[in-house]
Design a protein around this ligand. Structure first.
Ligand SMILES: [Fe+2]
Ligand SMILES: [Fe+2]
Length: 190
């Protein structure tokens, strides 16, 4: 049993949504509607701040801290800083989207830059977690620590999946895949 399977699956989901976002950004760049930019930001904010991020901060990193991992410096502290950077990036994207105007098509450019930067950061961040943090936890957490991480992740996911927010998130991810299909990944709806 992989105690981090839920985190890995959630990474795959956000990668699909980032692929959809890339398609949306290309269309806006070519003069398409910017209507959905705010909906992507809303989805990513829930993912980072309420859905996926807390599982890492409050379950995985807490378990690692309890087993003596250094969380105040080194890779875990870098990852924590990136969580804050992503929250800041989301705020910047919200501001940039709000400043785009219908009478000036070029005014959407800062929003496109902010969202592309956020996408790069999120992809890089997930790669770092999968190549550094998760293997470290796999290799060094005790069997009991892994069991507790798995149980808490599973319980948290089961609870959050029953919330209206999770349902709305899943539905929105499916809608993004229909509106902005990504050729490189299988459909989330499939
Ligand atoms: Fe993370
Ligand atoms: Fe993550």
């Amino acid at each position: 049993m992989d105690p981090l399977v839920i985190l890995r699956e959630e990474h795959e989901l956000v990668r699909r949504v980032l692929d959809n976002l890339d398609q949306c950004l290309l269309r806006v760049e070519r003069g398409g509607s910017r209507r959905d930019l705010s909906r992507f930001v809303r989805w990513l904010r829930v993912f980072v701040e309420s859905w996926h991020g807390p599982k890492e901060e409050e379950i995985l990193f807490q378990a690692m801290l309890q087993e003596g991992f250094d969380t105040s410096s080194g890779p875990i502290s870098v990852i924590r800083c990136e969580h804050s950077e992503m929250a800041t990036g989301l705020d910047m994207a919200v501001s940039a989207i709000a400043e785009a105007r219908d009478d000036d098509p070029s005014s959407v450019h800062p929003a496109l830059v902010a969202l592309r930067s956020l996408g790069y950061l999120m992809r890089y961040h997930m790669e770092m977690e999968e190549s550094v943090i998760f293997p470290m936890a796999d290799a060094e957490l005790s069997p009991e620590g892994k069991r507790q991480v798995w149980e808490r992740m599973y319980a948290e996911t089961r609870q959050s999946n029953q919330s209206p927010v999770a349902g709305a998130m899943q539905a929105l991810a499916q809608e993004f895949q229909v509106l902005y299909p990504s050729a490189s990944r299988r459909s989330y709806a499939a």
